[in-house]
Design a protein around this ligand. Structure first.
Ligand SMILES: NC(=O)c1ccc[n+]([C@@H]2O[C@H](COP(=O)([O-])OP(=O)(O)OC[C@H]3O[C@@H](n4cnc5c(N)ncnc54)[C@H](OP(=O)(O)O)[C@@H]3O)[C@@H](O)[C@H]2O)c1
Length: 326
């Protein structure tokens, strides 16, 4: 075969390759990728448009003294909201408030208010709600975020610990929501958010009371959403996976002591800031139910209802491993 023939063959192979590439681009990539790109652009412009309605909105965040609550305080403050920051530790709330006041904000910013709240004090909730409402004349967005976790197996856990976790994580948020809700119904507007957990979708061993409280919160949110659907009030339930916060450090042991240790999974979790940004977007778009987690948690979530026997087997192994570590 002469040089000319080889070069002609290689030119036709090259042009053949280009034809295949054009065909792949034209027939597969463009029809699939273009709509996705356009959808993404439309979603971004929708969020930007909705963001313009946030300045001046009154946002009450429980558990605003650390972790996810603190991160949400930052994103809602930067969006121009009037913040009501609630938790037990006033000095930590003041620190968060001062950090916010030190930020250089482009656009409108309102000084946050700090309110002491113990979610375990159910009888004090109406008084707390009255005080919170009186500051700006109402609450537009209530974010039920404050909570505690547990690190203990069921057999050794004192019932008081189960009660404490259910009270803070479930009844505390329920009592606060019920205390704020009438004023929202009267104004025919408002948004109630619940920070649940992926453990509100599927339970883990050594987290019984925590998982149970989050399952209860999810059910409460679902009922509330249905009941409020014709009253102009939105309800969002957010289920994050592991977030890098103090949750495991502040968790209770079987006797109600502070666990005091950072879990590996929590330390390797998503940042509270990224989660808070995603929650702000969910509030803007009015998401009803949102899971924010990595692939591993998402697989567990799907296994739980698509293939429960595999999920039960994985959890049994996990429980045996935890028992050996104790
Ligand atoms: N970190 C995670 O991996 C993860 C994953 C999914 C969901 N979540 C949820 O995210 C929420 C925030 O937790 P975090 O991760 O940010 O943990 P964190 O850093 O320990 O923050 C917990 C917050 O809850 C407040 N709190 C605890 N007990 C309270 C009580 N009795 N009354 C009022 N406030 C109370 C704490 O404030 P004071 O101590 O000042 O009262 C603190 O501000 C929780 O509901 C948690 O279940 C966390």
């Amino acid at each position: 075969m002469g040089y000319d023939e080889i070069s002609k063959n290689s030119r036709s192979i090259t042009s053949g390759n280009w034809n295949v590439l054009y065909w792949v681009l034209g027939s597969i990539c463009l029809p699939v990728v273009m709509p996705l790109v356009l959808l993404n652009l439309w979603h971004r412009s929708l969020i930007a448009k909705k963001r313009k309605h946030l300045p001046g909105k009154v946002v009450l965040i429980t558990g605003a003294s650390s972790g996810l609550g603190e991160a949400m305080a930052h994103v809602f403050y930067k969006a121009g909201c009037k913040l009501l920051l609630a938790a037990r530790r006033l000095e930590e709330l003041e620190r968060v408030k001062n950090d916010l006041l030190d930020l250089e904000i482009v656009g409108v910013a309102y000084p946050p208010s700090v309110l002491q709240l113990d979610l375990a004090e159910l009888n004090a909730m109406s008084r707390f709600a009255e005080k919170a409402i009186s500051i700006h004349g109402g609450v537009d967005i209530l974010i039920n975020n404050g909570g505690i976790s547990v690190r203990a197996n069921i057999i050794n856990t004192a019932l008081d610990v189960d009660l404490k976790i259910m009270t803070v994580n479930y009844f505390g948020s329920v009592a606060l929501t019920k205390a704020i809700l009438p004023s929202m119904v009267k104004r025919q507007s408002g948004h109630v958010c619940f920070i649940s957990s992926v453990q509100g979708k599927f339970a883990l061993p050594h987290r019984s009371a925590y998982s149970a409280s989050k399952h209860a919160l999810q059910a409460f949110a679902d009922s509330l959403r249905a009941e409020m659907s014709n009253k102009g009030i939105k309800v969002t339930c957010i289920s994050p996976g592991y977030i890098r916060t103090q949750l495991s450090v502040n968790a209770l042991t079987s006797t109600g002591q502070i666990h005091g240790k950072m879990d590996k999974a929590t330390a390797e979790g998503m940042s509270a800031e990224a989660c808070a940004e995603r929650i702000l977007t969910a509030v803007l778009t009015g998401d009803k139910d949102l899971i924010i987690c990595n692939a591993q948690a998402r697989i567990a979530y799907y296994l739980h209802f698509l293939c429960p026997s595999i999920y039960f087997w994985i959890m049994a192994n996990r429980a045996s491993k935890l028992e050996k570590e104790d």
